[in-house]
Design a protein around this ligand. Structure first.
Ligand SMILES: Cc1cc2nc3c(=O)[nH]c(=O)nc-3n(C[C@H](O)[C@H](O)[C@H](O)COP(=O)(O)OP(=O)(O)OC[C@H]3O[C@@H](n4cnc5c(N)ncnc54)[C@H](O)[C@@H]3O)c2cc1C
Length: 380
């Protein structure tokens, strides 16, 4: 079948889905291309939501225009897929036929409230930020559950607005990803921002209905605002019965192919068959969007399906990371000093690979990639 006759359907309207749509056209496909997306706010980037839009400093969501791609845009939720008949069914009952399907439904915020408990605040979508902003305007105190990058970005936004903020987690800040050396540096800096960290000795529960606080081993704490940043869960309900998804998400290979013929997947919803967990970061979603698009067309991808660049902005510091995570032990300091909030750091892993971190220091990503590549040692 020529690619003109091939009907490509993408389910998911964020970075993985939109990248795939753009790549499908860039690779010369001039046949039918449908993007099914459930977000009424359209196509937009999530990273600025927690860094700028939440702060309310005038920044609005960064949106994308796909009007030049000649797509059929369906604003609805996909509720099921029949991989034998090759159709996706949307919530309004419409069947959309495909020859190749790209699953890009990402993830949603993991919630920790009880089944009947109302008012849990999370941050995943533009609608979540719109709901949070006025609450942040009113709050004098806040609790953030989760000391991962998202929890720390939310805590930063609170502190920047003069809100007294406590962050609660079972692990020290960002330790799971960035290791003890950077975690301790971040904790020291958080003190200067008057952010308190509380180590929980087990899973944190929410109290109140609507939510007003948290339950810890030694009692409860309350605040004007409680925000849960406790990870995310792959959006796979609509794939039930197809065998392509499990509790970890959708398993893919290096071509972003799933176990069903003609079905590919990209972004936060995926994990690699030979890896144990998802790697839900922006650069991976972009890379996999491109690879899934090429595979759906039956042409060679122009890039690998992984990209180990990750960034965040916390406590007034831009942090860029290139290379494998998590990090263990102490780094070599290539430039600057961590406690001055400006350092270039290198970790050497046992397998010869290298991770470079620009901690508060402005460096182009291309330079970090080059350093990581040139410092790596072949172990073969
Ligand atoms: C606030 C925030 C800040 C972040 N900051 C960073 C950062 O600084 N650096 C970084 O590397 N990563 C960051 N990330 C992670 C990054 O945004 C994600 O890795 C990326 O958005 C994944 O893209 P995706 O397209 O795979 O999935 P998603 O962004 O989750 O999008 C999936 C889309 O599919 C739609 N969808 C879901 N189910 C259905 C269905 N059944 N039918 C139709 N549509 C459906 C959803 O509405 C959604 O729009 C951040 C994430 C958040 C939430």
């Amino acid at each position: 079948m020529s690619t003109t006759e091939r009907r490509i359907v993408i389910v998911g309207d964020s970075i993985a889905g939109c990248t795939a749509a753009r790549e499908v056209r860039a690779r010369g496909h001039d046949g039918a291309l449908t993007v099914i997306g459930a977000d009424a706010d359209g196509y937009y980037a999530r990273p600025p939501l927690s860094k700028h839009v939440l702060k309310g400093d005038g920044a609005e969501a960064e949106t994308w225009d796909l009007s030049d791609l000649d797509i059929t845009a369906v604003v609805d939720r996909a509720v099921s897929v029949d991989t034998d008949r090759r159709t996706v069914t949307t919530a309004d009952g419409t069947d959309v036929a495909y020859d190749a399907l790209i699953v890009a439904t990402g993830a949603s915020a993991r919630r920790i409230a009880g089944p009947d408990q109302m008012g849990e605040n999370v941050l995943r979508t533009f609608a979540d930020v719109r709901a949070l902003r006025p609450k942040l305007d009113e709050a004098r105190t806040a609790i953030v559950v989760g000391a991962g990058f998202l929890g720390l970005e939310v805590a930063t936004a609170c502190a920047a607005r003069g809100v007294e903020v406590t962050v609660v987690d079972v692990d020290p800040p960002l330790q799971r990803l960035l290791g003890p050396f950077l975690s301790e540096a971040i904790a020291r800096r958080a003190k200067e921002w008057s952010i308190e960290f509380v180590l929980a000795d087990g899973p944190v529960g929410l109290t109140g209905d609507s939510v007003t606080g948290i339950e810890l081993g030694d009692g409860t704490r309350t605040a004007d605002l409680v925000v849960t940043c406790a990870g995310d869960l792959p959006e796979t309900d609509w794939l039930e019965g197809t065998g392509i998804a499990d509790a970890r998400g959708v398993a893919i290979d290096e071509q972003c192919a799933t176990t069903a013929p003609g079905v590919f997947a990209a972004g936060d919803v995926t994990y690699f068959r030979d890896a144990s967990a998802r790697a839900p970061f922006w650069s991976n979603a972009v890379a996999q969007g491109k690879v899934a698009a090429a595979s759906a067309l039956g042409v060679e991808p122009t890039c690998a399906p992984t990209d180990d660049y990750f960034w965040t902005e916390i406590l007034g510091l831009p942090i860029k990371v290139v290379g494998p995570l998590p990090l263990q032990g102490d780094p070599t300091v290539l430039e600057g000093a961590v406690d001055e909030g400006s350092a270039l750091l290198q970790w050497n892993h046992d397998d010869g690979r290298v991770t470079i971190v620009a901690f508060g220091i402005k460096k182009p990503v291309g330079l970090l990639r080059r350093l990581a590549r040139d410092s790596a040692v072949s172990t073969n």
